[in-house]
Design a protein around this ligand. Structure first.
Ligand SMILES: *Cc1c(COP(=O)(O)O)cnc(C)c1O
Length: 381
């Protein structure tokens, strides 16, 4: 039996909810299930306003519009991230300025951000890699002192915490993903968390094609019209109905993944002790992770390539990421690196993600651990 890298899952009420949404006769956006999801996110994460979007990419695009950037404005972000972090801002004519990541969490190195700030800098985008928090106090203090906005890319961070606060609810704006590879899923899906009151009304307009339709539905205006730029960023009620079933079980989903990560950690401890590979560092003091990812770090790119093919021959699909944005074709065209990219370059060559999904069982984790052990022990000394 093959072990895929990821497998979408159903936790319980998803299909029942979808059937109910069809019965209720509301399938476009912002129906009863979507509103329930909004309330859940506001209550459990502590956001002023949560708005479902059709992806985290869409939430990032909304955030970039809300930041009101002029062409040439600069946005500081890691290079070690998914393309959407940068694309959303490039679409507004802004320039991504890439800063290296820390060597323990692979998060934006807060000690290097200050040196990258110029008179054109407008926004800092911390990406909470693997659901482990960036050093938010330092980044928020820097943003305050330089008059910058903070947009958290919390795509991987649902319910993870930094000093008692939930990721995505700390910066001015936060973006979540419910893509099928994340902890809680709706196929494609995401949410914008608006934490600063000033952005709430405009966020609702941008999400509804630049109209004040939300105010109209609330009875605050007697007709709706085109009032600002915007697009269609709201998902169908089918997505809300599916997602609601998963949000109700979000803690249980994260707990299950934490058990799988612990099993990997235990199984690979000896190889790590011998220096064959390195395991993820425990989450920094004052933070709580959400078991989004389990990865190992190999000695070099060649070892990683050999391990991927060794696992693949045994039916196990392991994957790596990211091609650093600063060295990708579009990253070179639209952005620039500020300072050295030593950690980013090194990690992107050596990191390997192991299968992790809701239905991954103990025997499968054991099989993956055994296959990795054979890889190292079968190697000539
Ligand atoms: C998954 C991910 C995204 C994109 O999320 P989508 O919902 O697929 O648009 C953005 N940033 C990071 C860091 C991610 O992991």
């Amino acid at each position: 039996m093959k072990i895929p890298f990821n497998k979408p899952f159903i936790i319980g009420a998803e299909l029942r909810n979808i059937r109910q949404a069809v019965r209720e006769g509301h399938l476009s956006g912002d129906g009863p299930y979507t509103r329930r999801c909004h309330r859940w996110l506001e209550e459990h994460l502590g956001a002023k306003r949560a708005l479902l979007t059709h992806s985290c990419t869409a939430a990032l695009e909304m955030a970039a519009i809300l930041c009101d950037l002029k062409p040439g404005d600069e946005v500081i972000m890691p290079s070690f991230t998914f393309v959407s972090t940068a694309n959303a801002f490039v679409l507004r004519g802004a320039v991504p300025v890439f800063v290296d990541v820390r060597d323990d969490t692979f998060n934006l190195d807060e000690r290097r951000v200050g040196a990258a700030v110029t008179p054109k800098t407008k926004v800092i985008v911390p990406v909470h890699y693997a659901g482990v928090a960036c050093e938010m106090d330092a980044l928020m203090a820097l943003a305050r002192s330089r008059g910058l906005l903070v947009v958290e890319d919390a795509a991987q961070g649902l319910l993870a915490e930094y000093r008692g606060r939930k990721l995505g609810a700390i910066g001015h704006l936060g973006c979540l993903s419910f893509h099928e590879t994340k902890n809680v899923i709706s196929g494609e899906g995401g949410a914008l968390l608006v934490n600063d009151e000033r952005f709430v009304a405009r966020a609702e307009v941008i999400r509804e094609k630049g109209t004040n339709r939300v105010q109209f539905f609330r009875g605050e205006v007697d007709k709706y019209s085109w009032v600002d730029i915007g697009s269609s960023y709201l998902p169908s009620e089918l997505v809300g109905a599916f997602l609601w079933a998963q949000l109700e079980q979000a803690q249980a989903i994260n707990a299950k993944r934490a058990g799988q990560c612990a099993a990997y950690r235990k199984g690979l401890a000896q190889l790590a002790a011998r220096g064959d590979l390195a395991l993820p560092q425990p989450a920094p003091a004052g933070t709580t992770g959400n078991a989004h990812m389990f990865y190992v770090l190999l000695k070099d790119r060649a070892t990683r390539a050999r391990l991927i093919s060794h696992l693949s021959k045994r039916g196990i699909h392991a994957v790596f990421h990211y091609v650093p944005l600063h060295s990708s074709p579009a990253g070179r065209r639209y952005g620039r690196a500020a300072g050295p990219m030593t950690v980013t370059d090194s990690v992107s060559e050596r990191l390997l993600r192991l299968p992790l999904y809701y239905e991954l069982g103990k025997p499968q984790v054991a099989r993956i651990v055994a296959a990795i052990t054979v890889f190292f022990e079968g190697r000539p000394a």
